[in-house]
Design a protein around this ligand. Sequence first.
Ligand code: KIV
Ligand code: NA
Length: 283
Amino acid sequence: VHQLTVKDIMAKYHRRNPISMVTAYDYITASWAQNANSDMILVGDSVAMCSLGYESTTQLSLDEFQYHVGAVCRAPGPAFVVVDMPFGSFERSISDGIGNAFQLLHLNPKVQAVKVECGLSQDDYSLEYIKELVRRGISVIGHIGLTPQRVHSLGGYKAQGGQQSTDAVALYNVSQTLQQIGCFGIVLECIPHKISSVITDKLHIPTIGIGAGPDTSGQVLVQSDVLGMLPGHKPKFVKMFADFKKDAVSALSQYVQEVHDKSFPHIGHHTFKVNDEVYQDFI
Ligand code: KIV
Ligand code: NA
């Protein structure tokens, strides 16, 4: 199967066709995303919360993440595959961060790009790091706005850039810098739609929005949100396209009930036959 490339993604962007991206965390969710024809699959560090039960993406180790990246990559299909650089995997030093990016790429040849969360100051370390990745020929997507790895310094999970004009300007400026240092795309997370619309307009690389309105070049959602897999708070920007949790619990309850009342398994539908002679000898 031909896997979409950066060139294909840019061609779609230049045709002004919206780009679709969804997260995947393992072989199953990646197979679904591939079968659904998503342009891009993101192995997000949201795997920490959405699959592993952690409270924050900051708790995810690179080794744990690798295990999930490997499983996603074993699902065949044409989607462009992007992986997050998890918290702590790139901040210690440039050489440490470069080494970890190469490790992810070495072990998973299907991975075509990495995504890096960025702060809004022009001297943010992430910008230096991205520059060094790009210099080495690694394709990078920047991520600005609500960057969950920085939840503490941002003061919680909340929309960014809508309260003070300096914040909106900082978002704009860093989007320009990310383009300048060679990112081929930028994720905009939880940014007022009018701000992300202007940011998108002024760039010549695609923006992929989550909680950033309809005017970004593409959209990304977390698969467990799309499918309604998890209980609990649903962020405002999420549209739940299915109710898997409800369907799963109902199906499993029925199974448990049928085990208890012995209506499953059914002799005939779910059983194997034994040759009569074999059976006579056996007893
Ligand atoms: O980890 C993730 O799922 C993400 C998306 C929300 C963009 O970074
Ligand atoms: Na992420």
